[in-house]
Write a protein that binds this ligand. Sequence first.
Ligand code: GRF
Length: 236
Amino acid sequence: LKVGTLISGGGTNLQAIIDACNQGRIDAEIVFTGSDVGGVKGLARAKKAGIDTFVVDYARIIADSRKIRDIDSLLPKNFDLDEILGKQRLVDVEKNREKALFFIKSRVIAERRLLDHIESYDMDLLVLAGFMRVLTPYFIDRINTKDKGCRIMNIHPALLPAFPGTDGYGDTFRYGCKIGGCTVHFVDYGEDTGPIIGQKAFEIADGDTLKDVKKKGLKKEWELYPACIQKFAQSR
Ligand code: GRF
């Protein structure tokens, strides 16, 4: 199985997948690691493992998009904004149309660059390993083509559908849950809403701090992600 990976940070999940590949625990090989942020530790982990890396600097692209008068000139050809807006299911951006339009256009400009890299590889599965950017339907439809089907996976730091969003462990902890967990799911047009592939839970003891919860959770993530990739490799 040829796996592409996208990260934004430390890349401990990426490391767990690299180790699982190297130790023959999963029938997969990582063909690239892309990041939306330069200089992060995950990129160094990939390079050390001999994996191709690239960076698409989202923060820079979004800042540049704000400055330019005619943002539409940067959009890909045959880009259908109404189609993308119709499919996108995002809670926050739906409230303000101007904001939503800018959000989608600037992301699509960044995604076109991601795709330029990704499409140069032969890839069966795209694994988001701590990639902290929303993917628009423009991107998703270009990866999940009719013949390939669902093939973008994400790991989320909570037992979905509880606590979607960027701070799953924090939200679990602050709610006072006695059980936390992580979820691997296919990515669809919503935020953390796609079909669930696997989950792992852990107990939160009375004296546990948020740091303890994150530590317990990450340990579970490192087991869960390789297992779910192997499930996919075996077409289960
Ligand atoms: C993980 O907790 C993952 O669930 C979340 O981001 C974190 C990434 O950690 N989406 P790492 O970069 O793999 O160490």
